[in-house]
Ligand binder design. Sequence first.
Ligand code: GLC
Length: 473
Amino acid sequence: MKILYATSECAPFIKTGGLADVSYALPKALAKSGAEVSVVMPYYKTVKDKFGDKLEFISHFNVPLSWRNIYCGIFKCIQNEVTYYFVDNEYYFLRGSVYGDYDDGERFAYFCKAVLEMLQHIGYYPDIIHANDWQCSMIPLFYKGFYQRIYEYSGIKTMFTIHNIEYQGKVSYSFLEEVLGMDDYYMRFLNFGGCINLMFSAIVLADKITTVSESYADEVKNPYYGHGLDMVLGGVSYKFCGITNGIDTDLFNPQKDESLYRKYSLKSMGGKKICKKRLQEDLGLEKDPDCAIMSMVTRLVAHKGLDLVDCVLDDIMTRRIQLVIVGTGDSRFEHRLRDAAAKYNGRLSVNIRFDPGLASRVYAAADLFLMPSKSEPCGLAQMIAMRYGTIPIVRETGGLKDTVYPINPQTGEGRGFTFKSYNAHDMLDAIDRALKLYYDDKAIFKQIMHKNMEENFGWEKSAEKYLAIYESM
Ligand code: GLC
């Protein structure tokens, strides 16, 4: 089974969000299960700067994109039995930012076309092309329009995975001819909601569609979560399902994590206490080993639940608690949190930056981890927190619901504190329940913490599910 995994970001080469973690860990797990796996991504400036000297140049050719005929170089490396291909075009990818340019539609149209074009130049024909998010959503479309009738390509099947439905690749109608280079016939696969919607085309044309948790696959069929695509996803139920992500348990392992102040494991939990003490020192928090630390490692945006935090932040700070926040995002939340940090000096630490090392130290040092998302396709942070012995407080939605089972404080069953409605006071109630257990029933709190650390959040089970779908295709 040969799988080509197409993605716009992949750790350690380039990471802006959870997609990069999945693009690293899933192919690695698939390869472990015996599949022959390649990953293809753009050759961004950061990748060139940091990894350029480790890559081998293997081919170059031109990619036709409407009236354009554009250079494409292919670089390659092999890691963990996975082959990585990098699509090089300096005009499109040698830029400061990964996303957010005015011509993102054209940049990723080029990438999708280059992925398909590449196959005949490097003589590699996968059984499956697995495309992720809107940036890779034109692969099924181009396959249908330009490649499926070429003999060597004719057996390829396409899978499309939704990690983020909020970005769908919406462009104007002129994109059809001007960028995609396709005629009116193809409009039926693209025209949705008064514009060209690239994600829509992948949902219609890919052989299989998946998203990153079972609950989220149900939720997106409702308007509250579907961002306009709910009816379309409801209509393709026959080929659409959810597979819950895992985390890379080698990478996220308190026993091996080099960025921690002190490593620890279930057998020697002293390290976690040291992590707490040192973090309090480093972040200027009051030195109080008994005070509960609640943390958030998140993008500071409304749908991650920052609205709720904003609403009851002063109430939270009336509790006996220290709060540590790491992340960047909307300036309104950044400002609000900075102001609050000044007000609650010594008890609230706000770190407006993207810093994986600090994130690890915070997962390790905290007692509780707050993730009150409005919607969450899967979420990885809650699983990382549990692996580091930090009990999550989450809203019951998407992947959070599938990975964090509610705690019964009497029996110690469950994994975290949960609430249902997207409501700030329901969240506050969950925080209060967590604090009550933390201060009043240390034995049960510890029992849950230890059980979570033993839980296997690895990729093996999910990789098997992907393989079963690939086989079925
Ligand atoms: C996106 C989703 C997140 C998911 C990740 C990886 O970032 O928002 O919930 O865990 O993709 O699939």
